[in-house]
Write a protein that binds this ligand. Sequence first.
Ligand SMILES: Nc1nc2c(ncn2[C@@H]2O[C@H](COP(=O)(O)OP(=O)(O)OP(=O)(O)O)[C@@H](O)[C@H]2O)c(=O)[nH]1
Ligand SMILES: [Mg+2]
Length: 325
Amino acid sequence: MPANLTPEYINAEQAFRKAKTDDERLSCLEEMLRTIPKHKGTERMQGDIKRRIAKIKLASEKKGGKKGFTHHVDKEGSGQIVLLGGPNTGKSQILKALTNAEPEIAPYPFTTAVPMPGMMRYEDIQIQLIDLPPFSPDHTESWLPELARGADGALLIVDLAGFPLQDIDFILERLDQVKLKLVREPDPSQPFNVSQKRTILVGNRIDLPGSQETFDILRELYGDRYDTTAVSAKEGTGMNELKKLIFDMLHIIRIYPKEPGKPVDRSTPFTVPENSALLDFARVVHKDFLNLKFARVWGKSAKFQGQTITREQALHDGDIVELHL
Ligand SMILES: Nc1nc2c(ncn2[C@@H]2O[C@H](COP(=O)(O)OP(=O)(O)OP(=O)(O)O)[C@@H](O)[C@H]2O)c(=O)[nH]1
Ligand SMILES: [Mg+2]
């Protein structure tokens, strides 16, 4: 077994072994695929996970299509963020404010019935946000937690003019039942069968009277557990701060490719996890580059501009990299 498996991957694999239903197995396998280090040493394992995912999906289609699987959303862009919250808290309004999507927005609960993705531009990259139906003691879609488990992060959205503490308690407890925890940073000492999802606590409707006081209380109670921010999705307040928090939560870096003898391509950076090495980036560009001879780098990773670096050297956000075969 390759030595560099991450704690997140090991957790997912152990949860997979304990999974009792196909639904649980599928979400564990998807988490394993998401967290497995992507390099040559794990290619066979990646193939094996993909085959097992396909097998479960095929079996469910034969059974006439299990309801939960219809609500999987394929990942696009540099990360997938789910919008979690109680009814009528403004989740869809936030999706509309941040992305190109046009969700239905209405002043009554349970407006959103199925996941709606939208793409959010952050500087020069795109991040996928998924608006979801609400968590509510009256009714919570059974597939909601599993969809959240597969994401790269979450926004926990509360209404500062409503009952935020009640909503938070309900949602955290509901997720706890399925061993999913919303956290600022995953804690490696958590039991292996608990999934941990990076989360930002978002207080919406800061435009309404009394909301600032509620937000202050919320921050006092939850500020050590989550990054917290106040917005008005309706008026567009706080959106730039929220976008930056979302980008930071993903822990990704942008790398700009440069072909030898040509200027850098600044239009579409590649994104890779923070602390990725040159070889991780090379693999994302094209598998042929796994045999690269050397690379030159400009930016934070270079001691001097245009420095030649080794395959194991770590890259940083904004680096320009020229790969040589
Ligand atoms: N004053 C104010 N109203 C808001 C804000 N954001 C959303 N609303 C209003 O709140 C209502 C509910 O918004 P939605 O975005 O549909 O809420 P939701 O959380 O998606 O609701 P469900 O899909 O039913 O769970 C709408 O009438 C919005 O116009 C805000 O920042 N300030
Ligand atoms: Mg909605």
